[in-house]
Design a protein around this ligand. Structure first.
Ligand code: ADP
Ligand code: MG
Length: 292
């Protein structure tokens, strides 16, 4: 495309809240065959809330929430923030954790009031040998409703399950439908569990789902799609998404996401409206055809 066509095109896009880094990004948008969407914060709003709260026998709800929220206070993960908000709204006063460690792709480990607290997915519980059978039906029910089950253990004993759900952005389903109508394959890529991921995918009309992906493996999954011949746009918001955004043929960041994701991308959707991807592709096709 000529510099003038690119300037006019990217200027129009900017008015729609689609910031395009330049001519190369438009050229890549025109060639795309595949769009990979992160789940939390990209397909969904990124402001999850607690929807399920079930203590294990012998524990009570207040105790469960107090320990897990104290442990999650140091977390920057949206799941952790949702749990802390719920505890604060409930007026619980949270003790300061003596020790805190985020375990990427798994959850958190902390020492609170002299007790060991674990909060995270099944893999975290397995890693510490915590039996989870008693609450797996509860977790399965939360997942079937589209929530992410967070298992909590106190001193190595299962203390409860907390379900955290994030609403789908209202435009996501339409965006997926329009991308598919343009002939693109649409995938979801998430660190979340298979059941929750499939429920959310179904809500927006996605049938290719890669779930249970560890943060360090997201980029490899994008690379594998490229090696199979796809020209891939990766769309994400999180720190975890940055390597995948950089690996894709076209990286697209959600403007309300992390600075790291925005820096790793070629296009930023300022308001996070996924229909902006469709507009960028339309524009790239028109801009390139004008100068042919
Ligand atoms: P994503 O952001 O795609 O959901 P992550 O790799 O950040 O994926 O996390 C994968 C999974 O690990 C989450 O779905 C959740 O089950 C668990 N997890 C991660 N961080 C936390 C946390 N702070 N508290 C509880 N669970 C967590
Ligand atoms: Mg995300």
């Amino acid at each position: 495309a000529t510099p003038t066509a690119i300037m006019v095109g990217t200027g129009k896009a900017a008015e729609l809240g689609i910031l395009i880094s330049g001519g190369d990004a438009l050229e890549q948008a025109r060639r795309l065959t595949t769009v990979v969407l992160d789940k939390t914060g990209t397909i969904t709003r990124g402001r999850p809330g607690v929807t399920h709260l079930t203590p294990a026998p012998g524990f009570d709800t207040g105790e469960l929430l107090t320990y897990v929220a104290a442990a999650e206070t140091g977390s920057e993960h949206p799941l952790g923030e949702a749990i802390v908000s719920r505890a604060r709204e409930g007026g619980l006063s949270l003790p300061q954790a003596e020790r805190f460690e985020a375990v990427p792709g798994h959850g958190v480990e902390a020492l609170v009031g002299g007790r060991n607290v674990l909060a995270g997915n099944l893999a975290l519980m397995r890693r510490h040998g915590v039996p989870t059978g008693a609450l797996e039906p509860v977790a399965a029910q939360a997942a079937a409703e589209g929530a992410t089950p967070v298992y909590v253990a106190l001193d190595g004993r299962l203390a409860g399950v907390i379900g955290v759900a994030d609403a789908v952005r209202p435009e996501s389903r339409e965006a997926v439908g329009r991308l598919r109508a343009l002939g693109l394959d649409v995938w979801m890529l998430t660190g979340d569990n298979r059941v929750t991921a499939d429920v959310v995918a179904r809500q927006v009309g996605i049938d290719h789902v890669i779930a249970d992906v560890r943060p360090e493996d997201k980029a490899a999954r994008v690379a594998a799609l490229r090696e199979s011949g796809a020209v891939v746009a990766m769309v994400g918001d999180g720190i975890n998404d940055a390597p995948a955004l950089a690996t894709a043929d076209l990286g697209i960041a959600i403007g309300t996401g992390t600075d790291v994701a925005i820096a790793a991308s070629d296009i930023t959707l300022v308001g996070g409206d996924l229909r902006g991807i469709v507009s960028a592709i339309d524009l790239s096709r028109r801009t390139v055809s004008t100068i042919k």
